[in-house]
Design a protein around this ligand. Structure first.
Ligand SMILES: C[S@@+](CC[C@H](N)C(=O)[O-])C[C@H]1O[C@@H](n2cnc3c(N)ncnc32)[C@H](O)[C@@H]1O
Length: 337
């Protein structure tokens, strides 16, 4: 993942991938502005069913490519323009003079498509699997693994090659709807992903050997999440979490100073980060609403301290700052006994 230029580019402003890509595109005014769809749950299922049929046919690759471009506001070529009427017909947004305006739901579909494309391009591997000892695939062999914020589940697909006990907990139902679609495209079983927030986990105490969060913790109520992760980890079990830290936000704030939208977004993130660090609350858009759009960036010390307060032991020798992705990977262990 670290070597992937697209992830690195998205990470420049979001410090993240996935929802971060939406934030990034929005800030730069490159991606379509969001418009509400008023789609019902049934309507959503119908649209996703239609998309699935299209993705499994000969139109699949061009649709994935166009959605991936729309997700981050990349320029569209002729091939993309040929796909746009179909996306409009499915109700993912509307065509405009300049291109295409995705709605909220369309954005999530585009995000899932983009994640799938990135994952296939990185050899269908876990992030940092080849460079970080804590993330070597063999560590997870036959283990009980929970990924919080898996999106449609790319990492779970990889983990299922070595353990039947990998599952996810994801807050956005739309992403989870794509799990079975990509499983069919890949010819594998779907991993189990429970829809809901990672701050309140519906699992027994000590029921996992590993809990993973890739670029997810910053969107959550971090204290509550870490507390519940400590509860579900078995003694000797480990937490691995990667997230951008405060210096990333400060650097982006500086870079964003001539772009009003990007600047406003970063100022909100800064105020939220400071208030979360001090009082455990975002000043704007606290948790329950849509925490994905309100990232907080803590210092390294604050992040470690939250994990330690939850009763986990920070493992510095296994943790590392990943410079290219600009994420701090923290590894912690639940003490035995
Ligand atoms: C940047 S994406 C990462 C996706 C995936 N982990 C990966 O490595 O590509 C962050 C994910 O966290 C999810 N998320 C955000 N807040 C969450 C919460 N409170 N509980 C569970 N998942 C959450 C988002 O919906 C999104 O799927």
């Amino acid at each position: 993942m670290t070597a992937h230029p697209r992830i690195a580019r998205v990470a420049v402003f979001g410090g993240a991938y996935c929802q971060g890509s939406i934030d990034t595109a929005r800030e730069h005014g490159k991606a379509p502005s969001l418009v509400g769809t008023g789609l019902t749950a049934r309507g959503m299922v119908q649209v996703i069913d239609k998309l699935e049929r299209a993705l499994r046919g000969h139109q699949g690759p061009p649709i994935l490519r166009t959605l991936s471009r729309l997700a981050v506001g990349d320029p569209l070529d002729e091939g993309d323009h040929a796909v746009l009427p179909m996306l409009a017909k499915y109700g993912l947004g509307r065509q405009t003079a300049g291109g295409f305006e995705l709605d909220t739901f369309g954005h999530q579909c585009a995000d899932a498509a983009r994640e799938y494309k990135l994952w296939t391009e990185r050899g269908r591997r876990l992030h940092w699997e080849d460079t970080m000892p804590a993330l070597m695939l063999s560590n997870f062999a036959s283990k009980r693994v929970l990924e919080i914020g898996p999106g449609w589940g790319c990492n779970l697909f990889r983990l299922m090659r070595v353990t039947p006990h990998a599952r996810g907990r994801e807050i956005e139902e739309v992403y989870v709807r794509f799990t079975s679609i990509f499983a069919k495209l890949e010819g594998v079983e779907s991993p189990a992903i429970d829809v809901g927030g990672g701050e309140k986990l519906p699992y027994d105490a000590a029921s996992f050997d590993w809990v993973l969060l890739f670029s997810t913790l910053q969107y959550m109520d971090i204290r509550a999440a870490v507390r519940d992760i400590a509860r579900v980890l078995a003694p000797g079990g480990r937490l691995i979490t990667s997230q951008p830290l405060l210096p990333v936000l400060l650097a982006d704030l500086f870079r964003a100073r001539w772009e009003p939208r990007a600047l406003a977004h970063k100022v909100v993130a800064l105020v939220n980060s400071l208030s979360y660090g001090l009082f455990g609350q975002r000043l704007w858009g606290n948790v329950a609403s849509r925490s994905t759009s309100r990232p907080v960036y803590l210092t390294r010390r604050q992040t470690i301290s939250m994990v330690e307060k939850a009763g986990l032991r920070f493992l510095p020798s296994l943790s590392a700052q990943q410079e290219e992705a600009r994420e701090f990977i923290l590894v912690a262990e639940k003490p035995q006994g």
